[in-house]
Design a protein around this ligand. Sequence first.
Ligand SMILES: [Zn+2]
Length: 98
Amino acid sequence: MKISIIDNSNYAADKCVNGGNYSFTVTYQQIAANKFAVLHSTSAEYPYCPFCGSFYRDICPCGMKGPDIVDSETVDKEITCARERLARGEELEIIIVD
Ligand SMILES: [Zn+2]
């Protein structure tokens, strides 16, 4: 199972690469029964750390060597939170692939 939560609240199609209006995606990739790897990405072309979800120069200062691993309860909470934001009218996309 793979869950992607795409935050488009600051996204603009004509400025999504280097103009300052990017989308940000958090993906929860299932790697075991109750384990999900957390990966971050963005529409921006700049270096963006997939592990901590920050822009960086040269090397990300977070020092992470791999993705965070969370359990399904944490993923469920994130999905619930994203659905609530969606219900409030925020520009969010939730993609769940079995
Ligand atoms: Zn980082």
